[in-house]
Design a protein around this ligand. Structure first.
Ligand SMILES: [Zn+2]
Length: 508
């Protein structure tokens, strides 16, 4: 006797189809698992056997061999329990398992010793992979039904207990009420730009960064509002397109987040602390399971690194590949996993470790070599990617609290959306959609060049490096897009150079 069920093994966001075959031969009773890693094997065996008995069903007599194939595919996670349990029950006729639906249904769920079906990690990428492999039906933990129903193209049935799975297979689906997703109430309201008063230059730099998707460097003493500003960037970024929302939600699902409020439709914001491990930043994990890190959780959103120099050289270096390619590869001897990581970087730094260097009215207590060392940590490959460097002044007076309330995020977002449309139209025939992606060669050969005299003056004065010229051009195009202009003029060039004053400040 043998029986087959289906499951999915995840490698990153990709999933391989796994056939779970159970067979019995008459001999002394024992259970053999083939095709699961050793560590997971014993735990799964115990959970499944207890679960089957708790559901009032028979564990087959004799030798039960459960084979998960192909053997070459790495299988991790507890979500195989359900497929294993149903395959094992099916080989014993006393269990009267209805088999017709098994051939094109995937089964996902962890079993408790009492037969309860528990939630699993990554239900969204599991279902997406199942759908790609042609499965039209899936059985999922009832507690995850709301999330599971977000995945298009596959019918899902929720089950809370192993005996309910058998009801579903017999054509008597058990109804579980799905709590209505209420994204607006469930998600914490993202902070609004109208909270940022008085600092017009910083607000404008943030708007330009949002419009052209430029990476941004905020430089200034502690307490000038760098975090306040950065955390408001997502509120002026365009909402995610439906396919992006699915992709971003899949990554967060894989990290173990519950998405009861519905798909993630706003650009995410990640702000790892500088003491965070390299693994939590770029991804990794123990026990064979590789999880996405902050760079991937920030995919299609914002990665904010406050006190950038404190992150350490090695950690900052690890951002180079995702900044360049939009993904990270995490490798082990046997397994290579790739996660998307196309984030917008906001980097913030104090002028020195104590925060007072160069601040009027304050005295820096750092030795000069420490100040230089601190500032040098951000140089090189990371800052090369940053188009806008904003020097934020120390707060020298109280903001005019009684003044007019500044523009809200919604008002700024409407301008950002228009500017994005202009870019998309201009770049329609290219592989790029936003100004930050456009390489210098294209800027100089394909787009109309402005009168370059302001740039030449800045080059001659040493205020701009030749590498900086491309960045100025990119930002100038974004300024033209925001102003609704068809070409870059000297106004845009001058303003773009001001948004690179960080360079001059560092050189001084
Ligand atoms: Zn200092």
């Amino acid at each position: 006797m043998s029986a087959t069920t289906w499951c999915i093994a995840l490698q990153g966001l990709e999933g391989a189809r796994v056939e779970v075959e159970a067979a019995t031969t008459m001999n002394l009773p024992r259970t053999i698992f083939v095709g699961l890693p050793d560590a997971a094997l014993n735990e799964a065996k115990e959970r499944v056997k207890h679960g089957v008995k708790a559901a009032g069903r028979k564990w087959p007599d004799g030798v039960v061999t459960v084979n998960l194939s192909p053997g070459s595919v790495h299988k991790h996670g507890t979500h195989f329990d359900l497929a294993i349990a149903v395959a094992a029950m099916s080989v014993d006729e006393r269990n009267e398992v209805a088999r017709p639906l098994l051939a094109d249904t995937v089964l996902f769920g962890e079993l408790g010793l009492d037969g309860r079906v528990r939630p699993v990690r990554g239900i969204i990428p599991l279902l997406l992979a199942a759908s790609r492999h042609g499965f039209e039906r899936a059985v999922v933990p009832a507690a995850q039904l709301a999330e599971a129903e977000l995945v298009p193209g596959i019918t899902v049935w929720g089950v809370a207990h192993l005996h309910e799975v058998l009801e579903v297979l017999a054509g008597r689906p058990v109804l579980h009420s799905v709590p209505q997703a209420q994204p607006d109430e469930a998600a914490p309201a993202s902070p609004d730009l109208s909270d940022v008063r008085g600092n017009e230059e910083a607000r404008f730099a943030l708007e330009v960064a949002a419009a052209g998707r430029h990476h941004l460097f905020l430089h200034g003493p502690p307490g000038v509002g760098k975090t306040m500003l950065a955390s408001r960037l997502p509120s002026i970024l365009p909402p995610l397109a439906p396919s992006e929302a699915i992709e971003v939600s899949a990554i967060h699902s894989l990290a173990g987040e519950r998405l009861d409020g519905g798909l993630i439709t706003r650009p995410p914001f990640q702000d790892p602390h500088h003491t965070a491990s390299r693994q939590s930043l770029v991804g990794g994990g123990g026990g064979g399971e590789i999880r996405p890190g902050a760079v991937s959780l920030a995919h299609r959103g914002v990665l904010f690194l406050d006190e950038g120099p404190e992150f350490g050289q090695k950690t900052l270096e690890s951002l180079r590949v995702p900044l360049e390619n939009g993904y990270v590869s995490i490798g082990r001897a046997m397994q290579q996993v790739r996660f998307p990581a196309r984030f917008q970087l906001v980097l913030a730094a104090n002028p020195c470790p104590c925060g007072s260097h160069g601040v009027a009215g304050k005295e820096c207590s750092c030795p000069p070599f420490r100040v230089r060392q601190y500032q040098d940590r951000l140089s090189g490959p990371i800052l090369d990617r940053v188009d806008i460097m904003l020097q934020m002044p120390a707060v020298t007076r109280f903001m005019e609290v009684d003044g007019p309330v500044p523009e809200s995020s919604a008002v700024v977002l409407s301008r950002v959306l228009e500017a994005r449309e202009r870019q998309a139209r201009r770049l329609a025939e290219t592989p790029w959609t936003t100004n930050n992606e456009v390489p210098g060669s294209y800027l100089r050969s394909e787009l109309p060049l402005p009168d370059a005299s302001p740039i030449n003056r800045a080059l001659a004065l040493g205020k701009l490096t030749s590498r900086g010229v491309d960045k100025v051009l990119r930002v100038a195009w974004t300024l033209a897009d925001l102003a609704g202009k068809e070409a870059v003029g000297s106004t845009e060039l001058m303003a773009a150079m001001r948004l690179r004053l960080g360079d001059a400040a560092r050189a001084a």
